[in-house]
Design a binder for this molecule. Sequence first.
Ligand SMILES: Cc1ncc(COP(=O)(O)O)c(C=O)c1O
Length: 385
Amino acid sequence: MKINKKVKDLSPSGIRAFFDLVIGMKDVISLGVGEPDFDTPWRISESAIFSVEKGYTTYTSNKGLQELREQISRYLKPRLKTSYDPNDEILITVGVSEAMDLAMRALSVSDCKALIHEPCYVSYYPTAYLAGLDPVYLATTAQTAFKVTPKQLAETKTSSGDIFLLNYPCNPTGASYNRDELVELARVIEKKDLFVISDEIYGDYMTYDGDHVPFPSLPGMRQRTLYLNGFSKAYAMTGWRIGYAAGPREVIAAMTKIHQYTILCAPIMGQMAALEALRCDKEAKSMRAEYNRRRKYIVTELNKLGLDCLMPQGAFYAFASIQSTGMDSVEFAHKLLEEEKVAVVPGTAFGPSGAGYIRMSYATGISDIKEALSRIGKFLKKHCA
Ligand SMILES: Cc1ncc(COP(=O)(O)O)c(C=O)c1O
């Protein structure tokens, strides 16, 4: 048996490698996983259960349930200030994860680069690499609040048709962009003739300061953007595995071809649940209010402890510097886990610029956050007094 060399050469996810250590340990407070601590709102679950009782247990159209695509199109129109035809400009996928993989594969032509800001979500580089694209990291640092600047993009060597990946609010840094910043980036994108994949999974309900500005809503960007969104985070539905892509019909058609031969369709139970979720604005907003409360608390307390942390503009992660401790991020995370039983993710899991940082998820109950911070305080006293 021979294993594909590209797969062999790929390192396993830094998050998974670290969390394998946590399994089996007792009394660990985990600020590790990027998963809402809320249950899926009951009316969503109930609606999916009822749909199973009614016999909705079959395949759906490859593109996803027509009614769900229509509802998504209606949902997007006022937000994105543009309309997507539910028949051929929207595809329902198994989470944003599948949509990202399909997009990379559909857009992979020879010598095409994927420009990926980092620190970033763990799947971007591997999916680009496995799809045969040439992944190129654009480093972001605290100096620019972990944002790609128009100057940085302008100075990056690119060719017409290269892919520029955006994720805002960003996992792991919480960085987001205001309209003016996006307009400036869009100018460079147009000039360089790039195509954008915009992962906005945290956009609608996890932007805390100001409004989220979807990328396709910017002048001239609709035709050069593939917009990705999903239900996992906003509605606490990670296990239902539903996401979607909206974009130019040639791109959606190419993605649909791969999807129909590999996945066939996203699970119908998840799609039925997603239909109900689109009616759950109130529930999503109430979860956001709680994340926002925790965000302010955790970031204030981390700074008091001497771990510099910018106020994240969205998502549910605090990305704190541990440079003052003299430890590197892996050493810090391992020692903190062993000595104080608090699990955080080393910043290097998200790219080289994550060195000297740790990511803490505040999708964790406030009492656990308080206890974790008190243990971190104890740990810092012991190591940095
Ligand atoms: C930025 C980002 N994109 C995509 C995903 C995957 O989402 P899904 O559950 O829809 O596959 C995550 C999950 O953590 C994420 O943080």
